[in-house]
Design a protein around this ligand. Structure first.
Ligand SMILES: Cc1cc2nc3c(=O)[nH]c(=O)nc-3n(C[C@H](O)[C@H](O)[C@H](O)COP(=O)(O)OP(=O)(O)OC[C@H]3O[C@@H](n4cnc5c(N)ncnc54)[C@H](O)[C@@H]3O)c2cc1C
Ligand SMILES: NC(=O)c1ccc[n+]([C@@H]2O[C@H](COP(=O)([O-])OP(=O)(O)OC[C@H]3O[C@@H](n4cnc5c(N)ncnc54)[C@H](OP(=O)(O)O)[C@@H]3O)[C@@H](O)[C@H]2O)c1
Length: 289
């Protein structure tokens, strides 16, 4: 039995692993070829996870162990759909499994989104993780940055922007990224969630990690801490939502006169973006509603 798995991210590597092990248990000969469009495997674990999350990056060790066994053939640098079609693979293999991940941002169709100075998360993340398709240079000249969305990617980006570069030195941050972050003038990062604090998609641990960032104050407006009946239900049914909401409420109670850090992260709720303003680039006024 010959099987092609397309995409060598964690889903592809573990799919190839399971198939190989299952067939070897019943002593049925199987060959698994793992196709990957990039020169190196491991998908978003290599090119998405933030450099200051070494514990997650360590998943690469488990993925390495699977490929090091030698019973799965990695065919890197081949883009299925461009270099070879799925139909061609189907002619040659008994089964083709697609595990190509989600490599594009969800669209945010608001006026001004195409202005210079507005970028999708995948582009920014690809830059700081040195994805082969990403440019080496990045203009990071803003003092105020708005991050739209309240998920863990928003937290990664916020942390990477707000951290002082020297606190990233011990990570595997690429040199060119370190240099640009070191020269950054960023003072405030504003995160905008379109729903309430109970509906934020943050993981509790990742949210609390923000508080450990040196010389950065976290600012949460107590007026944003609104919980309607459905939020209450959500918090009852999900420990994760309850922990996130509790953390945010706790932060909202802090006395602003105790804020002394040189950089700030502002977490805003119930603010959906309506348009980005500017003529030649985003000019700093983000209209919400
Ligand atoms: C910015 C970001 C940060 C994240 N950080 C964390 C984190 O800290 N902790 C955590 O638990 N999860 C994190 N996640 C989630 C986690 O990375 C994903 O859930 C996981 O990587 C998905 O695995 P996957 O194999 O489905 O896809 P991917 O990891 O995206 O792998 C897909 C692979 O398929 C390849 N491919 C795509 N198209 C083709 C093609 N046509 N031909 C051949 N190959 C192709 C890609 O190059 C890639 O290598 C993060 C996600 C993002 C977006
Ligand atoms: N553990 C980690 O450290 C880590 C790090 C990064 C990523 N990840 C994982 O990777 C996956 C992807 O993360 P993600 O943050 O990209 O996705 P996500 O968890 O789905 O969060 C997306 C956020 O964007 C908001 N949003 C979507 N469309 C919007 C619009 N048109 N206007 C305003 N806001 C909008 C969503 O709001 P609504 O909820 O209202 O739709 C949500 O708050 C998740 O499973 C995440 O946990 C994990």
């Amino acid at each position: 039995m010959n099987i092609a798995v397309v995409g060598a991210g964690p889903a592809g590597v573990f799919t190839a692993d399971i198939i190989t092990k299952q067939f070897s248990q019943i002593e049925f000969p199987v060959r698994v070829d793992l196709f990957e469009r990039l020169p190196a495997p491991f998908g978003l674990v290599r090119y998405g996870v933030a450099p200051d999350h070494p514990r997650i990056k360590a998943i690469i060790d488990s993925l390495h162990n699977v490929l090091d066994r030698g019973d799965i053939r990695l065919v890197a640098g081949v883009e299925v759909g461009t270099d070879i079609s799925v139909e061609n693979l189907q002619d040659v293999y008994d089964a083709v499994v697609l595990t190509t991940g989600a490599n594009a941002d969800a669209p945010l169709p608001i006026p001004g989104i195409e202005l210079p100075g507005s970028v999708g998360a995948s582009k920014f993340v690809s830059w700081y993780d040195a994805h082969p398709d990403a440019p080496q240079h990045w203009t990071l000249d803003a003092e105020q940055v708005a991050v739209i969305g309240a998920g863990n990617v928003a937290l990664d980006i916020t942390r990477m922007l707000a951290k002082h570069a020297e606190d990233l030195w011990a990570t595997d941050i690429p040199n060119h990224v370190y240099g640009i972050l070191r020269d950054s003038k960023i003072a405030d990062v504003h995160v905008f969630a379109r729903r309430g604090p109970a509906e934020a998609q943050f993981s509790p641990t990742e949210l609390r990690e923000l508080h450990e960032v040196r010389d950065v104050d976290i600012i949460v407006d107590p007026h944003d801490m609104v919980f309607d009946r459905s939020s209450e239900e959500l918090m009852k049914s999900s420990k994760q939502r309850r922990l996130v909401a509790e953390t945010l409420v706790e932060w909202s109670k802090r006395d602003p006169s105790t804020f002394t850090a040189s950089r700030r992260i502002h977490l805003h709720f119930m603010q959906a973006p309506v348009r980005l303003e500017g003529t030649t680039r985003v000019d700093g006024k983000c209209q919400g509603g």
